[in-house]
Design a protein around this ligand. Structure first.
Ligand code: ADP
Length: 523
């Protein structure tokens, strides 16, 4: 099939010459040429019948220069056009090529082979361009339709293009993203660690590596979100890296689930550890008093008539003391279990704290088997407060018993009660063995005991109970301690119920436990 040409030329001599160049010696031609003299006629002809290529004179009676190309392309996009120019017009012809004409020929220098080649190349190039555009269109559709965020970077990390999914998310921020180094965009520049990660990723990808990681970036709402981000190098035919393709998707929800699962696993691990600790502790703590009871009971049974009264009393005392120690342990375990299952309730009522503390100190002084002096220090005769007396009892008896247990015989232990309009403070102080700094942060963990307890008996449960009671009051507990000098526990609690309730609603965190390591010399 012959290829069709539309020749737009107003100069009859030039037109004849061109027609001649397209005709072979025997008068035949591979071209089917249609000749018009004006642009308006050319437009009309194109509307009626498409052609394969247009030979267009640069200056026509009804159109001059580059405007002719624009008007022709408006009627037939992707129309192959070869410009015909005079010797002086080559500069405009070059512009015409830049604007979409396929080629130009200078009148007076046109040979048959030059013309034929220019026309064939023009047709071929236009077809290639069309195919390229169709292919680009298909790939653009994939690039834009994917749910993944995609970004094209230069090998230096400049953002060249982003796909629709990312553009939608970026919104107004999009303009600040393009043509910037990707690590300088707000998405990555918000935090140094993310910025550095991106710089390294670009450098590695530019060297031909594929980089993939889970990393946090900042979205336009200022939220930090987790992305599964990969950066891949794109190579040209010479195997050189010419572009980098960044691909990512938001995995924040998955991360959240992972974190929760890990938390649950950690809780389960802690629970298993707790059970193991409990079994170890219980077998030890119960075995010792049970052995004492068995031995005392055997002695009493076998040698009852031979024992003097004092010895018998001693054995009975041992049995009583062993039973007391087991009961105490059971009480502590039960209380903690109750607290953990939410069964330990906060039931405040109004009472005089000065009076109550005095009573606790006197009872402890009478019941403790030691020779410690417990000094109650309170500058008020009466301090009214609305608190849970049972919980206060656990706090005071545990702290005071510890102060006694961990300080030398005949030393003093202080309980200081002070108050402010909305707050009550208890301070329990001793001059005992103290607590090593590295142990202080773990004291309130169940079963935890400091390394310096030696042979002093204990379960590691008392302070866990104290902490829970303080938390139920929305209070705080601090410890100051120095090995060999002594320990002070400070507890502050809201004084009135109304206030506690307010704090219950405003505080999401449980009681804060600040541990202060006292430097040597200060107390
Ligand atoms: P325990 O039954 O072992 O005394 P607690 O939970 O009451 O358990 O205390 C935890 C640990 O804290 C103790 O084992 C001890 O190491 C340390 N401790 C608590 N109070 C004092 C104190 N007043 N002086 C020194 N160490 C203390």
């Amino acid at each position: 099939m012959r290829l069709s040409i539309l020749l737009v030329e107003d100069n009859p001599a030039d037109a004849d010459l061109l027609m001649d160049s397209l005709t072979q010696d025997d008068g035949s031609s591979v071209w089917q040429v249609r000749h018009v003299e004006r642009l308006s006629e050319a437009l009309q002809a194109l509307e009626q019948q498409p052609v394969d290529v247009v030979l267009l004179d640069l200056s026509l009676p009804d159109s001059q220069g580059l405007g002719s190309i624009t008007r022709l392309q408006a009627v037939v996009p992707h129309l192959p056009i070869v410009m015909l120019t005079g010797r002086d017009d080559t500069q405009i012809a070059v512009q015409a090529v830049a604007q979409g004409a396929q080629d130009y020929l200078v009148k007076g220098q046109i040979t048959t082979s030059l013309l034929t080649r220019a026309l064939r190349y023009a047709i071929e190039r236009t077809q290639n361009l069309k195919q390229l555009q169709a292919s680009e269109h298909r790939f653009r559709a994939v690039f834009d339709q994917t749910f993944q965020f995609m970004v094209l970077l230069s090998t230096e990390g400049l953002v060249l293009e982003v796909n629709q999914a990312l553009a939608n998310v970026e919104g107004d921020r999009l303009q600040t993203l393009l043509h910037q180094s990707i690590w300088e965009t707000v998405r990555w520049g918000y935090r140094e660690v993310a910025q550095q990660w991106m710089k390294n990723a670009v450098a590695a990808a530019a060297q031909g590596q594929t980089v993939r990681d889970e990393i946090e970036s900042c979205n336009p709402q200022g939220e930090v979100r987790w992305l599964d981000f990969s950066l891949k190098p794109l190579r040209n035919a010479a195997n050189q890296v010419v572009l980098l393709i960044g691909e990512s998707h938001d995995i924040s929800d998955r991360k959240l689930i992972e974190a929760k699962t890990l938390e649950t696993l950690e809780q389960e691990r802690e629970l298993t550890q707790l059970k193991a600790d409990f079994v170890a502790m219980a077998s030890h703590e119960f075995r010792t008093p049970l052995t004492i009871i068995r031995m005392a009971a055997e002695l009493l049974e076998k040698y009852d008539d031979q024992l003097i009264a004092a010895k018998r009393t001693q054995h009975f005392e041992r049995i009583h003391s062993a039973i007391d120690s087991m009961l105490r342990l059971l009480d502590e375990v039960l209380l903690l279990g109750k607290a953990d299952s939410g069964g330990l309730h906060y039931e405040p009522f109004s009472f005089d704290l000065a009076d109550y503390c005095q009573e606790v100190v006197e009872t402890l002084q009478l019941t403790t088997n030691s020779n410690h002096r417990i000094i109650f220090d309170c500058s008020h005769k009466q301090i009214q407060g609305e608190m849970d007396q049972a919980l206060i009892h656990h706090i005071l008896t545990n702290l005071l018993s510890n102060a006694i247990k961990y300080s030398p015989d005949r030393s003093s232990v202080w309980l200081k009660l002070s108050c402010q309009p909305n707050q009550i403070s208890f301070q329990v102080k001793d001059e005992g063995i103290g607590i090593p700094p590295q142990d202080q942060q773990h004291l309130f963990e169940t079963f935890y005991r400091a390394k310096n307890v030696g042979k002093i008996q204990g379960t590691g449960l008392g302070l866990s109970i104290v902490k829970k009671c303080v938390e139920l009051h929305q209070g705080q507990i601090h410890v100051e301690s120095e090995v060999g000098i002594g320990t002070t526990f400070n507890v502050t609690l809201p004084r009135f119920l109304q206030q506690t309730r307010l704090e219950h609603s405003s505080l999401h965190e449980s009681a804060q436990i600040d541990l202060i390591n006292v430097q040597a010399g200060s107390n």
